[in-house]
Unconditional design. Structure first.
Length: 193
């Protein structure tokens, strides 16, 4: 009759310790991969909005739309009774896909003043992305010319951002990649603020 061998308590504890150590080693990598995936999704959203902008601009002689800076707080800088949401302006050009306007890291955890306390930017502004509202009614070249006159330096139109994350969603301020930016030529880059 063969005798069955069982694990001793020490062997079992060693195996549990090794498994715990492996989990501790793997968890930071999984967290980094998750963060990288969210940044990639954000960049993809901005590219899709860039395509919607191109469609809008083709129909409006390259003039950028009018939209409120922070619609949840009013129509500023516009003189309209109701705010104008950029997501609504571009809805037809974005194929009615409002999810393109939502950054995965815009989850309501960033501290905001009342009346938006505890709410994400997407919840209140219908977009996680801040629009360069000073472009309203102008072409990118006209805006670059105006900025060049104001700063007394030549500004390349492709160096002007159209949209950016409302806040540092992807890293603490001052760290590379804290915000994502969409430029007039359709590229999306990181920038730290």
């Amino acid at each position: 009759m063969a005798r069955r061998q069982a694990f001793t308590l020490i062997e079992l504890l060693v195996v549990i310790a090794i498994i715990g150590l492996l989990i501790a080693i793997v968890m930071p990598s999984l967290s980094q991969a998750r963060g990288s995936a969210k940044r990639t999704a954000c960049a993809s959203n901005l590219r899709q909005i860039g395509i919607a902008f191109r469609s809008y601009l083709n129909a409006s002689r390259d003039r950028y739309p009018y939209a409120s800076a922070m619609p949840s707080l009013g129509s500023m800088p516009l003189e309209t009774p109701e705010p104008i949401y950029l997501a609504d302006v571009l809805a037809a050009d974005a194929g009615q896909a409002s999810d393109h306007f939502h950054c995965p890291n815009d989850n309501g955890t960033i501290e905001r003043p009342a009346p938006n306390t505890g709410k994400s930017y997407f919840e209140t502004e219908r977009s996680s992305y801040e629009y360069q509202f000073r472009l309203a009614g102008r072409t990118l070249e006209e805006f670059a010319q105006r900025m060049s006159e104001f700063t007394d330096t030549r500004i390349n139109p492709n160096d002007i951002f159209i949209l950016r994350d409302y806040n540092n969603f992807h890293a603490p301020g001052g760290k590379p990649g804290a915000r994502r930016y969409l430029y007039g030529d359709g590229r999306v880059t990181d920038f730290e603020m």
